[in-house]
Write a protein that binds this ligand. Structure first.
Ligand SMILES: [Zn+2]
Length: 494
């Protein structure tokens, strides 16, 4: 075990997580974590892969009953604790980030990003297992990912969890993104580091997402545990962020159930260094310049207005008009009702990026009303596509990147085997029955995984079409253009 702990220290020095001068301190912390006597450091010439080193250390912790050896959650939490012994403290990371930022913002973000990867907060090895593909369809390219990075719990582990006494609540943060998660054993966050930033004269924090759905996937969380709210101030936060980190995009989930993300109780944004499909969407109609802001309607399944300006105040002034007027908009014929008994249905999913000297904002119009026909949501994936996706269409998917559940990998393999007459129809494929029949009826002989991934992508295209409030047919487009003109005309007259 000593040898593996020394290897962990060597790894930390090699990746600049700690200076050589801190070896004694690291030994102290690591031996305490492992409930063992101190040990002496001797340089090891040939380093093993860090994943192997960690696996052996976690097994050893299991032998000592420090953790349940088979529990992935407990292994992750303990691994994070080991890294915490050999990495800079939260205060040091904040100082380093701030110093680097003075020099160049991207140096600071690179520092935090690489640190998060080096200490396995972002589990790069697990993420490599994800299946990622691009589909070229009606709206240009769409991106899709089958997320396999969250390892599935085995039945023994599930049984273990069931019998587990409710965890001590002490020190447990109010939610998974609260700032109190930093260096917290709960939820495997001992190796999490976050940095403060100021948006709209308020304190926020920046961190990277452990799930890394795209490069430099970051989470920007408010200092306080307060609910998501899209309002005028949202645009100020977004603009301030882009001024701080001009190479990143930033976007917000909607602030209502059904059309929002999975976390509505803590105000946050997502950002990062990725160019999503929506960025490349064509324009259906160009409305020209309105008060120094270029306005257009995008050819995108979710109803999207693009605003472009080199002046942030002009962009802000028009954006708040679109938000306010959308909240009050009604169109019974198209099923768009702004509220039920005063409870609002309407909100937006806003995205901001910098393109050369211009701020480019995409405002996606959302409505979360349900009906007898569509009890899960009228502008939400309809039942016919639930076998692929039934969860909320949040920011990331609205921008054209599908995050699909890991179970799909096994199911697609079973579908291929069934269609090739290798197996009988398994019960687990019941939800895909109609879809499989359709593929069968198509008479296509060359059914392989590539073909099935294309078919999945076609369904995702439908998923996002269902989420659009103004459909891209004659009626829908006419109504959308009337809506845009109602906002821009008022503005021009002022
Ligand atoms: Zn919170």
């Amino acid at each position: 075990m000593e040898k593996d702990l020394i290897q962990l220290i060597d790894y930390a020095i090699l990746h600049n997580l700690m200076p050589k001068e801190n070896i004694d301190q690291a030994i102290l912390l690591l031996s305490k974590a492992m409930h063992m006597d101190s040990f002496s450091y001797e340089k090891i010439e040939e380093l093993d892969d860090i994943e192997n080193v960690l696996a052996r250390l976690l097994d050893a912790a299991g032998e000592k009953n420090l953790i349940q050896k088979i529990s992935i959650d407990e292994r992750d939490a303990f691994e994070a604790k080991l890294f915490d012994c050999v990495m800079p403290s939260p205060v040091e990371v904040k100082e380093n980030f701030s110093k680097l930022y003075q020099n160049q913002p991207s140096k600071a973000t690179n520092y935090l990003y690489n640190l998060s990867k080096d200490v396995n907060y972002i589990k790069t090895k697990r993420l490599e297992k994800n299946i990622h593909w691009v589909y070229t369809g009606t709206y240009g390219n769409l991106e899709l990912t089958i997320n396999l990075s969250k390892p599935e719990k085995n039945p023994r582990e599930i049984a273990l969890l069931k019998n587990k006494v409710i965890e001590q609540e002490l020190g447990k943060p109010l939610c998974v993104i609260c700032k109190e998660n930093e260096q917290n054993y709960y939820n495997a966050r001992m190796n999490l580091r976050i940095v403060p930033i100021i948006l709209g004269s308020e304190k926020w924090h920046l961190q990277y997402s452990p799930y890394l759905y795209y490069p430099e996937h970051s989470i920007i969380l408010h200092d306080m545990h307060r609910p998501m709210k899209i309002g005028h101030q949202t645009f100020i936060y977004l603009l301030d962020f882009i001024d701080l980190f001009p190479t990143y995009f930033i976007g917000s989930n909607a602030d209502l159930p059904i059309v929002g993300g999975s976390i509505l109780n803590h105000d946050h944004f997502q950002g990062g260094k990725h160019h999503f499909p929506i960025e490349f969407a064509k324009e259906i109609r160009d409305f020209g310049k309105v008060s120094n802001v270029h306005v257009s309607h995008l050819f995108w399944p979710l109803s999207t207005i693009r605003l472009k300006s080199d002046n942030r105040d002009d962009l802000y002034n028009l954006a708040i008009k679109f938000l306010d007027q959308w909240k009050a908009y009604q169109n019974e014929e198209l099923d768009i009702l702004s509220n039920t008994n005063g409870v609002s249905h309407q909100t937006i999913t806003p995205i901001l990026r910098k393109r050369e000297d211009f701020y480019e904002m995409d405002i996606i119009l959302r409505n979360n009303r349900t009906s007898d026909l569509h009890p899960d949501g009228i502008f939400h994936p309809h039942e016919e596509v639930h076998h692929i996706k039934k969860e909320n269409i949040g920011l990331i998917e609205a921008m054209g990147l599908a995050i699909l559940p890991g179970r799909l990998k096994t199911e697609l393999q079973q579908i291929e085997d069934y269609l090739k007459n290798k197996i009988d129809f398994p019960d687990s494929l019941d939800k895909h029955k109609e879809w499989i029949q359709k593929i069968k009826n198509s008479g296509n002989k060359s059914i392989n995984q590539q073909y099935l991934l294309e078919e999945v992508a076609k369904i995702f295209e439908k998923v996002i079409e269902h989420s659009g409030v103004f459909k891209l047919d004659k009626k829908g487009m006419h109504a959308m253009h009337q809506f845009i003109l109602s906002v821009t005309k008022n503005t021009s007259a002022v």
